[in-house]
Design a protein around this ligand. Structure first.
Ligand SMILES: Cc1cc2nc3c(=O)[nH]c(=O)nc-3n(C[C@H](O)[C@H](O)[C@H](O)COP(=O)(O)OP(=O)(O)OC[C@H]3O[C@@H](n4cnc5c(N)ncnc54)[C@H](O)[C@@H]3O)c2cc1C
Length: 390
């Protein structure tokens, strides 16, 4: 049987960074990263937007070939289509994930991790204090005996279930997403657009994230329980027909986003979950790429330390979850409460809020000033804001 110290399942942002950090933390550690798709980074099921500061913690985007656009503006569309511009400067990037994840994987390789693509984990069982993981890939069926497994296997994670962890998602926390790459559209290629309107994306929002001049990822996420029964694709067809009637659809994708809070148990004996597998997405924005990398970094470091200490018990690995909760998990609980409170406000309220913000000169629209104006003019927001501090 093959052996590995750390087996990382899934080469998304969480898995690539986990493998990178584990191998970097302990030279000589056998780190194996497996990915069921034939290539790391493809197919893309994502709008690919990331904040600049979070991204720079991992890779330097200056002159890098793995992003499509630099973003300097954020534009909100209110339900009545009025536009609210905020921000300016180095806000973020629209990645090209077909190149971004390979760049992360290269870092993992550089520090000694091994990567197998086209290789799927199909089951696992406890053996000798570690896990015997059954793999299915180009080498046929084979077992790997791993001292520790990091489940970075995304939104449909099986590693957690195999390890007996409760990773179920409440229907109200599951957003169904559909996204098209659309060309021949007239949007500002330096801006991201976020569109809030119940008729277009109930319980979520629609987005336009530019991939280049005249071409963008156009998508939406909705909560099925709040929809009128149509699929996310049907909503997106209507949206694209209304706003981009001359656009040409170059690609389509669907996917799920877990807009909840971090799972209660992110570890078991010799198992850790990271990224979407542990529901580590920002529940307010639905962004999960940078979170996944931050979780992968923590998981990789804790994995290397646990193996060095000869203690991979859940009790010890819980330090990883504690660190995650201190870093971002507790914030997600607050964001989740805010999301719930905002969900009770209707489109008419958001139209009024847009008018309030637009009354502030564009160059003075700092977050603090927007917040203060909004609270003064819309007392219904006070209980929402209070949840930030609860
Ligand atoms: C439509 C859509 C738009 C989004 N837009 C954004 C956005 O703009 N910005 C943002 O920050 N986030 C966005 N997200 C969320 C973001 O894509 C995820 O949060 C992020 O990819 C999580 O990274 P991850 O490494 O945890 O999981 P993933 O990126 O899902 O990676 C998991 C990997 O594991 C592999 N895998 C799964 N099971 C196995 C197995 N058994 N064996 C081997 N390999 C396996 C999968 O093939 C996959 O490559 C979006 C999501 C969707 C659906």
């Amino acid at each position: 049987m093959l052996r590995a110290d750390v087996l990382v399942v899934g080469a998304g942002p969480a898995g690539c960074v986990a493998a990178w950090e584990a191998a970097a933390a302990a030279p000589g550690l056998d780190v194996l990263l497996i990915e069921r798709d034939d290539a790391v980074g493809a197919p893309v099921r994502c709008a690919e937007g990331v904040g600049s500061a979070g991204l720079r913690e991992f890779l330097n985007p200056d002159g890098a070939p793995w992003y499509s656009r630099k973003i300097t503006k954020v534009i909100f569309w209110a339900p009545d289509d009025s536009e609210v511009r905020v921000g300016g400067g180095d806000i973020g990037y629209i990645l090209d994930r077909t190149r971004f994840e390979p760049a992360l994987a290269d870092e993992a390789k550089r520090v000694g991790a091994e990567i197998w693509t086209g290789t799927e984990a199909v089951g696992m069982e406890r053996l000798n204090g570690g896990w015997k993981v059954r793999l299915h890939g180009p080498r046929g069926e084979q077992d790997v005996l791993a001292k520790l497994v990091i489940g970075a296997d995304g939104v449909e994670s099986m590693v957690g279930r195999w390890a007996g962890l409760d990773t179920r998602v409440a229907a109200r926390d599951m957003e169904s997403c559909a996204q098209y790459v659309i060309s021949n559209i007239a949007v500002d290629p330096d801006a991201i657009y976020l569109h809030f309107a119940d008729r277009w994306a109930p319980g979520g929002y629609a987005w336009v994230f530019p991939k280049g001049v005249g071409v963008a990822n156009v998508g939406l996420g909705l909560v099925a329980l709040k929809s009128d029964g149509r699929s996310a694709c049907a909503y997106l067809d209507a949206y694209a027909a209304r706003y981009f009637p001359d656009g040409e659809v170059l690609g389509r994708t669907v996917g799920g986003v877990i807009a909840g809070v971090t799972v209660k148990q992110a570890v078991a004996d010799a198992v850790m979950l990271a990224g979407d597998a542990a529901h580590m997405i920002n529940p307010l924005s639905g962004g999960g790429i940078v979170n996944a990398m931050k979780a992968g970094r923590l998981a990789g470091r804790h994995a290397a330390a646990a193996i060095a200490a000869g203690d991979t018990s859940a009790r010890r690995l819980n330090r990883y979850r504690d660190d995650w909760m201190a870093l971002l998990g507790e914030d997600h609980i607050k964001y989740y409460r805010i999301k719930e409170a905002l969900g009770k406000l209707d489109d008419a309220f958001f139209n009024r809020l847009a008018r309030t913000v637009n009354a502030i000169p564009v160059e003075q629209r700092t977050l603090g000033r927007i917040f203060a104006h909004a609270l003064v003019n819309h007392p219904r927001l006070i209980p929402v804001a209070a949840r930030l501090f609860l």
